[in-house]
Design a protein around this ligand. Structure first.
Ligand SMILES: Cc1cc2nc3c(=O)[nH]c(=O)nc-3n(C[C@H](O)[C@H](O)[C@H](O)COP(=O)(O)OP(=O)(O)OC[C@H]3O[C@@H](n4cnc5c(N)ncnc54)[C@H](O)[C@@H]3O)c2cc1C
Length: 199
């Protein structure tokens, strides 16, 4: 039985891109579907922009610390929108790098939603393609519970595009994402409350 691809990957995040590139480097004919920005959660709304915010949040303590080594005091305030712009410029730069990496590996990229039709067929936009092996690497996303007032909340994805600096913030969830955002915002000097239930 011949297929369009040896491997077809649904999802262009860390897992999907690494698998697609590696398989192509070994000589497999590989296709990949991504309906959003290349790089997935880590590059666009996860590790990378979060680490840039962690980096930004360290400066006030460093200004303070430097005085112990003879530097005069620094009075500096955060330009929120400049920080958000800088963070997003970097993620856009990385989107381009991921695109080039896929091109250089000869992975055929479909900029569309992939839907599994049967064990060897995927619908990508208006096209149907077949593959010997199909990898589902669609990641996950935050879930908003259906509770009163939920329309007033944001999810972690929104943290990287907030137009205005929040004055106060309550973080619901004490996993690593919640804890890291709590530390970032506390270092920015905002009032930050964290809520979690011990299990
Ligand atoms: C705020 C935050 C901070 C994080 N910080 C860290 C960190 O510091 N260190 C660390 O190791 N991890 C961190 N993570 C976790 C890390 O981002 C994820 O573990 C990783 O991105 C998962 O990769 P993935 O390829 O499985 O999925 P994803 O990166 O989510 O990629 C899935 C991709 O599939 C696409 N997709 C979904 N459905 C379809 C479809 N039907 N057709 C086509 N495309 C589809 C999505 O658009 C997405 O691009 C963080 C996560 C978050 C949210």
């Amino acid at each position: 039985m011949s297929y369009d691809f040896d491997l077809f990957v649904i999802g262009g995040g860390s897992g999907g891109i690494a698998t697609a590139r590696r398989a192509a480097e070994y000589g497999a004919k590989v296709g990949l579907a991504e309906n959003n920005r290349l790089g997935g959660t880590c590059v666009n709304v996860g590790c990378i922009p979060k680490k840039l915010m962690v980096y930004t949040s360290h400066f006030p303590a460093q200004f303070q610390e430097s005085q112990g080594y003879g530097w005069s005091s620094v009075k500096s305030t955060l330009d929120w929108s400049k920080m958000i712009t800088a963070v997003n410029q970097e993620t856009q730069r990385l989107n381009g790098i991921y695109q080039r990496m896929l091109d250089n590996s000869n992975v055929e990229l479909y900029r569309d939603y992939g839907k599994l039709l049967d064990p060897h067929t995927i619908e990508v936009g208006n096209t149907k393609v077949t593959a010997d092996k199909i990898l589902i690497a669609v990641g996950g996303h935050p879930v908003r519970p259906n509770i009163p007032g939920i329309e007033n909340t944001i999810i972690s994805d929104d943290m990287f595009t907030l137009a205005e600096q929040p004055k106060r913030l309550v973080i619901w969830g004490g996993g690593y994402i919640g804890v890291e955002f709590a530390c970032i915002y506390a270092r920015f000097g905002f009032r930050c409350y964290s809520n979690y239930s011990s299990r």
